[in-house]
Design a protein around this ligand. Structure first.
Ligand code: TYD
Ligand code: MG
Length: 456
């Protein structure tokens, strides 16, 4: 029986080499050679060749049986929502996130819920069984129907899966799993990719819903979940500031549902609990007549979210004024400050500017521009924004207010949380629905900023 052969294939031009080199001799790119398996020893490929045994036949699309999968409703319901309305059997789900953000916690809690529907095999290469037990105790998880396996060898893991035949599988984390056939270290691109491919195969063949945990490296590139995104069915990222309690579970790819859906969780001493009304939670600590605070209505997937944007302008004591953006894109902030200076006439050239989005959220949507501009202006002029006012609109370079999407959904959410008025772009059409609150259309940023002033 021949030993597994590996070659080093350039990810840029496809040239292959017998041994690793720092630079591809063919295309000259640096650091692109990745170890790749050429031939598997035949005894371990029985599984692979089974699928290839039958000839594939083209089928007319109308004859393809629709909805052949039954989604499984899983708890917590926020998780369900992110998956597009339930877990599809046989799907492979990657959960990425910074170390320590709560991936293991989330999946242990989810495993306990899944165990009600069938056996769960929780494979951990990072923690010992005792550590998992301690965590489970803290999370009040009984652990019935939940098997824990501490193993990192892919071949051994595969044997255990064959033996226990679980219905759900959790791999914590894909970076710790290694294949003996590859000489590169666990966590390298080739190991991670080969491991994920094997889990994909077994998930599809045995209809095991599989969750892979992947750490995002600081640069987000090296052997991180990035290299797996095209292999798996669904990619979820758990995000949030480590020192804030809120965690967002965001879907960035989903073969079984809409992407960009988010689920909101709160981390406490008993693990992650779902936040069912995130807008209310995010606005809970707001001081209604403080200067430098404005409410934006942003869309996260199909979900509208009200967030408080805070800004502070103070005269700089150095030559170069500082701009600090927390939760909004830095370049976007520079643009808004420039428009305020040039088009609205606020003298911000000698002002240090700080912008912060409450709750550790990151809002990248241009529709929140107006709220950022309003918060800045409010702090600069020392005038509070009216407490019953929400703001939406994209700011253009000529100081115009540009139309935004999903206006109706946003207005409904604002009205639900007790806001009475909303400044919005005049170019947005509101004919096809009845506004749930008073609308204040504005054509330009200056117009909007005149309307926002609140009385104490
Ligand atoms: P963990 O799930 O281990 O993170 P990851 O698997 O993504 O690396 O969670 C780590 C953090 O969560 C840790 O700093 C402690 C905190 N935590 C709580 O605050 N409450 C809890 O109940 C648990 C289990 C963890
Ligand atoms: Mg972990």
């Amino acid at each position: 029986m021949s030993k597994t052969k590996t070659r080093y294939v350039c990810q840029s031009c496809g040239d292959d080499q017998p041994k690793w080199l720092g630079r591809c001799p063919n295309c000259g790119e640096w650091n692109t050679l990745v170890e790749t398996i050429v031939a598997q020893p035949s005894n371990s490929t029985t599984a692979r060749s089974q699928n290839l045994g039958g000839r594939s036949v083209p089928v007319a699309l109308p004859d393809v049986p629709a909805d052949s999968y039954q989604r499984l409703e899983i708890a917590p319901s926020e998780f369900n929502r992110v998956l597009g309305g339930g877990l599809v059997p046989g799907s492979l789900i990657l959960i990425g996130g910074d170390p320590g953000i709560g991936k293991s916690t989330l999946l242990l809690q989810t495993s306990a819920n899944l165990a009600k529907h069938g056996q769960v095999l929780y494979i951990s290469g990072e923690e010992s069984a005792q550590q998992i037990k301690l965590r489970a105790n803290r999370l009040n998880i009984s652990g019935e129907n939940l098997l824990v396996l501490t193993e990192t060898s892919l071949n051994v893991i595969m044997e255990h899966i064959q033996q226990t035949a679980p219905k759900f599988l959790v791999v914590d984390s894909i970076q710790t799993v290694y294949m003996e056939e590859l000489s590169s270290a666990a966590g390298s691109v080739s190991q991670v990719r080969e491991g994920a491919a094997r889990f994909q195969e077994i998930a599809k063949r045995q209809q095991i819903a599989t969750f892979l945990i992947g750490h995002v490296t600081k640069t987000g590139s090296i052997a991180g979940p990035r290299v797996l995104e095209h292999i798996v069915d669904t990619v979820l990222y758990l995000e949030g500031e480590r020192f804030h309690t809120y965690r967002l579970l965001r879907s960035v790819k989903n073969r079984f549902g809409a992407t960009n859906e988010i689920g909101v969780f709160e981390m406490s001493d008993v693990g992650l609990s779902e936040v069912l009304n995130p807008s209310a939670a995010l606005l809970a600590e707001r001081l209604p007549y403080a200067t430098g605070s404005a409410i934006a209505v942003t869309m996260e997937g199909t979900r509208p979210l009200l967030v408080e944007v805070q800004a502070l302008c103070s005269t700089t004591s150095f030559g170069n004024p500082r701009r600090t953006a927390n939760g909004v894109d830095f370049n976007r902030l520079l643009l808004i400050v420039a428009v305020l200076t040039k088009r609205v006439g606020l003298q911000m050239a000698d002002q240090d500017v700080f912008v912060n989005v409450i709750g550790g959220l990151q809002i990248d949507e241009p529709a929140s521009d107006l709220a950022v501009a309003a918060a800045l202006t409010s702090s600069f002029r020392n005038q509070p924004v009216a407490a019953d006012l929400a703001l939406v609109g994209e700011v253009g370079l000529s100081g115009e207010l540009r139309a935004i999407g999903h206006l109706e959904t946003r207005l409904k959410e604002a009205a639900k949380l007790g806001f009475k008025r909303c400044i919005m772009p005049a170019s947005n059409q509101v004919k096809h629905f009845k506004p749930p609150l008073e609308l204040l259309p504005a054509r330009s940023l200056s117009e909007a900023l005149e309307m926002m002033v609140g009385k104490e």
